[in-house]
Every structure is written in structure tokens, then in C-alpha cells.
Design a protein around this ligand. Sequence first.
Ligand code: GLY
Ligand code: MN
Ligand code: MN
Length: 438
Amino acid sequence: MIMITATEFKKRRKQISKVIGNDSIAIIKARDICLRNGDADYKYRPDSGFYYLTGCHEPDSLVVICPDGKKGDDILFCREIDPKNVIWNGPMLGLKGAKEELLFDNSFEINYVNEIIPKLMLGRDKVYFMLGVDSEFDKQIVEWTNAVKKEKWARSEAPHELVSLKAIIDDMRVYKSKEEIKCMQKSADIAAQGHVKMMQACRPGIYEYNLNAVFLHSITNHNSQASYLPIVGGGENACILHYINNNHELKDGDLVLIDAGAECDYYASDITRTFPVNGKYSKEQKELYDIVLNAHTAALNKAKPGNHWNEPHDAAVEVITQGLMDIGLLKGDLKSNLEEHNYTQFYMHKTGHWLGLDVHDCGEYSVDGLWVELEPSMVMTIEPGIYVATDAKVPKKYRGIGIRIEDDVLITKDGCKILSDKLPRTTDEIEELMRKKT
Ligand code: GLY
Ligand code: MN
Ligand code: MN
């Protein structure tokens, strides 16, 4: 199932090695298992940064990258295969697997970290790690550097600088490789299919959780899982941006906004569609929908190399503001509505974010006050919306309508490719699809 090869993971570790240099060491720990309640754990998912560098799915693991290290550049500390654990929890990687399957130069049992890591630190100036992610681990790093100093003769050989590794890994993760793009395409395809199934299963009288179940059934059948808790907001629930209760009845005449993505090989998709519960958009729903769709198109047109991060957002905001003025939801002129941010009562979030191993993927949006420039192989979402609160001072017919259209977009050499393009987007296409009910 893993599409990213061990060679690609190895290449990433080599890249870290090159960037930090021979006077440094990098140490990255896998996140711990998280207890849900009683003695039941949450399903284990390695944190994205650790997985990105290792391809390792196991807790109790830690990677050390020590450029030009005598014992090799990269070392995985992990659990040795324990036959009893295998009986309860299935196959384990083990020390041999770390070298043979994941191409580590060396591997040690995780229990030996305290003994070995200070030795690996000896003679290195800087320790790179994910500073500030896990305060216990921050302390552990300090303890290891202090352990080097304990030996009098080694005092001057102890690292004297602790540096965050985050910016280095984040910068790498922003550019997706061919294999990563394949994973993301797969993830988008699977989610798109789940959305189609929800559109076709929808009818008045069912509950939001019924559509949630349709989505989960569809993606689970592709050996995938939700990349975040799905939002299934019928009627005015669509205006609650992070609505996850999904427990209301879907009413004839209402829209339902569904924001749901799949995770494949740890890569996320993040897709939103808003469709009529009864299969037909009302006049007002279509008016607002088409404004959002035009904003989506305007943003897409700006999603190309050379443009800066915020250009798609600026374009979407302008179309939404003009559209709201055209139907009388905003008064005044375009310039002042934009300058005074009057549109934020109806459109209060950004038009997108980076997408990858995390739904809101790592990576800067601006550096030193300047927006980041879009470049080929970056992946982002485009997700404009309009949300009219139930108490908004607008004609009653518009109140309680919430609409978002969200797609996953790869920046290419000439522009962009919509990874989630298999899912219809226009009102005509969606109504047509909903006529083919299951
Ligand atoms: N699903 C979360 C988001 O759209 O950002
Ligand atoms: Mn999103
Ligand atoms: Mn979303």
C-alpha cells in the first residue's frame, strides 16, 4: 500500500544531513500512543514530520541523523521484535527491518537511547530537533547534552546550540514529489467518489450522520480513512465553520454543506461541496452559489507559478464582495467594502491552505512580511464560501444559507491542476448527478 519508496525516504534524510552539516546532529522522535479512555488507545498515526523522514509507522521509534557519523548517517532506534507483542498486535519492524526495509545505516533498540545518544552528540556543535512540540522531549534533549558534559574530558565536546528543525523539514514538505502527488491524487479521487455517493444518497428526512456514514463507507471500502472529522451541515448548520456534531435532520428546501476528505498513505484530501437536500437549488441558493463558484474560478485563475500566496484569496474576496453588492447584501462601493473588510461578515476565512501529510499542511505563507510565491509541485486548497447568519440584517430569504466550494489544487509549470476535479462543481452538474439517485 505504501507508494512512497524507502529510497525516497532515505533521500530526505540525506537532504537533512546535507543541510545541517557535519557539526550537527538531528534527533526526531515518533509521537507516543494516545490513550482514548480506559485501556483503549486511539489508532496510532505517526506524526507527519517523523513519517516523512522515515517511512516508519511504529511508536517507540526515534531517528538520529548524524552526518558523516562513523556508525552511518542515519540511525533508527526502534523496538526489537517481541513475539508476545506480535501475537497481540501483529508484525513489527524490528532492528533488521529498519535496515533492510527502511534503508537505515544502523539500528538500535529504543531502550538504549540514553546510553547511545550522548555518545552520538559528542563533538557536535548543534542539536536539531522539533523544538516546542513535546515539552518532555525538549527536556530530554537537554538531559542528553548534559550527559555529554558529565564526563570532564568531554565537556568542551558537548553540543552548545539547540536549534529547531521545523523550518528545514517544512521547507522540504511544501514541494511534493511525483510519488507524493500520486498519493494525493488517489486521496482526492477516493474522497470525490465519497462525495458523489453522498449526493446520490441524499433525500429530505434523513440525518446528517446518515450522509457521514455514506462517506465513511465509501472511503473505507478503498482502504482509506477520513483525513479529519467530516462536517455535514444541513441548513443553518452550514454557517458553523467547524460543525462536527452531524446530528440534525436534513430538511426539504435546505442546502447541506459537506466538508470531508480522505487520507491515503497518510496524504490528505480536503473537499467541500454544498448541494440541495431535495436535489434542486432554490433561486436564492443558486444566486449565492454562483457567486461562490465565480470566486472559486477567479481564485483558480490566480493559482499559478509566480503569483504570490494571497493572490487567489484577493481575487475570491473581490468577486464575493461584488456579488454580495449585486444582490443587495452589501451596500456602498466595491473599493470601500474591500478596504473596510465589510465582506467578512459573510466570508470570514481564508481561501486556502497548504495540503499534504497534514490537512493544514506545514509551510510558511509569508516571510518577512512578503507573501510566499507559488511554485510548481506545491499543493493547496481553494475554498471560498459565503455564510449568511440567521440573524444577519439582510432579506429573510438569504438567512441561514452557508455555501463553500473546496478543491485540492496542484501548482504546475503553467498554472494548476485540480486534483479533486472528478467531483462536479456547478449547480447543473450537481442537480444532474443527484437525479441519478441510489
Ligand atoms: N476541512 C478543513 C478545511 O477546509 O480547512
Ligand atoms: Mn481546507
Ligand atoms: Mn475542508
